[in-house]
Every structure is written in structure tokens, then in C-alpha cells.
Design a protein around this ligand. Structure first.
Ligand code: ZN
Length: 182
């Protein structure tokens, strides 16, 4: 089963999220939501998905950047973006801290802004503290593309879209201009 991904303009993407009660993490409902978000992300396909994107205003996101996907990309582009495989990660109640604010600017898209992409500056290195799918504390230090995915997904939990951070003159319809697809 795949969930419907809501598109920009839907208020759920802008209203922010409430924390997941730690006691709820082991519940069948939350575990099922995590599994459905994973399936929906892989089907899209995407490298991250936040709960508001499936209409659920909870502080929860999933991400995964698969080696076989990266292997099919232009190696020079992969190197420039510092994109390396990221195993499936569940972030519950994540908090993000910028460790190196030096901006890296690349074209980025969003499953909730389907058909478009733009250049978005993101911090080089971030630290994320969260709970994992079992409710265990998780601490991640990430740079490069992994840091970008984390910033993008945690922005969703605050009701922020890349549209708020992009270099707006680079906003492009990737269906009409497929060369710009990230
Ligand atoms: Zn997004």
C-alpha cells in the first residue's frame, strides 16, 4: 500500500507538527505509518519523506539513499554533491544543529512540489538528534547530500518548504526542461 503525497498549497505542509509521544513509538499504528511512509518514499521514488507530506502533522520523517540509485547517476555529479549511500533511517522528534554553515548550493526537488526543482543553498554539515523506530536515541553527524536530505526533511516538520530557501530565479519546470532534474 502506498500513501497519497500531498502537494504544495495543502495547509498540512505549512501548519507544523506535534511531537510523537515516546510511549506511542512501539504502537502498531505508528509502526504501520513508518512502514507505509517507507513504501511511499521508495515508490515515488524519493530519498526522504516527512509525515506532513502524507497528511500527518507529526514530528516524524524517513530517509534512505540507496547505493544502486547512486550508481546509476553521473559519477562527476555524485562527487560534486558528496552523495553517498544512506541506510534507511527513521527520525522521530528530530532536532537539527548546524555544525558548518558554509553553504553548498545544488538543484533540489520535493515530492510535494512535483514537477519542479530549484537551486537551494544548504549548510555543509549538520548534527541531528532524534529517536529511532524503537524509541532509542539516535545521533547523526552528516555532510554533503545526506546533510541536505536531513535539512530538507526536518524543514518539513517546521512547515518550511525549499520554496522558502531557494534561489527563486532558478525555479524550473523539470518536465519541460528535464536536463535540470536533480
Ligand atoms: Zn520535500
Amino acid at each position: 500500500m502506498i500513501l497519497k503525497i500531498v502537494q504544495t498549497g495543502d495547509p498540512v505542509l505549512r501548519q507544523g507538527t506535534t511531537e510523537v509521544e515516546p510511549g506511542r513509538i512501539g504502537s502498531p499504528e505508528l509502526q504501520r505509518l513508518i512502514e507505509l511512509m517507507r513504501a511511499t518514499m521508495l515508490d515515488a521514488p524519493g530519498v526522504g519523506l516527512a509525515a506532513p507530506q502524507v497528511g500527518v502533522p507529526l514530528r516524524l520523517a524517513v530517509l534512505e539513499d540507496r547505493a544502486e540509485v547512486i550508481a546509476a547517476l553521473d559519477p562527476a555529479d555524485v562527487r560534486a554533491k558528496d552523495r553517498r549511500p544512506v541506510p534507511f533511517q527513521v527520525l522521530i522528534n528530530p532536532r537539527l544543529r548546524v555544525l558548518n554553515a558554509t553553504p553548498a548550493t545544488f538543484v533540489e526537488g520535493c515530492l510535494s512540489v512535483a514537477g519542479f526543482a530549484a537551486e537551494v543553498p544548504r549548510a555543509h554539515t549538520v548534527e541531528v538528534k532524534a529517536l529511532d523506530h524503537r524509541g532509542q536515541p539516535l545521533s547523526i553527524v552528516a555532510s554533503g547530500w545526506h546533510a541536505r536530505i536531513l535539512q530538507h526533511e526536518i524543514d518539513h516538520l517546521e512547515g518550511t518548504l525549499y520554496l522558502d530557501r531557494m534561489n527563486s530565479r532558478t525555479f524550473t519546470n523539470v518536465l519541460a526542461h528535464p536536463g535540470r532534474r536533480s
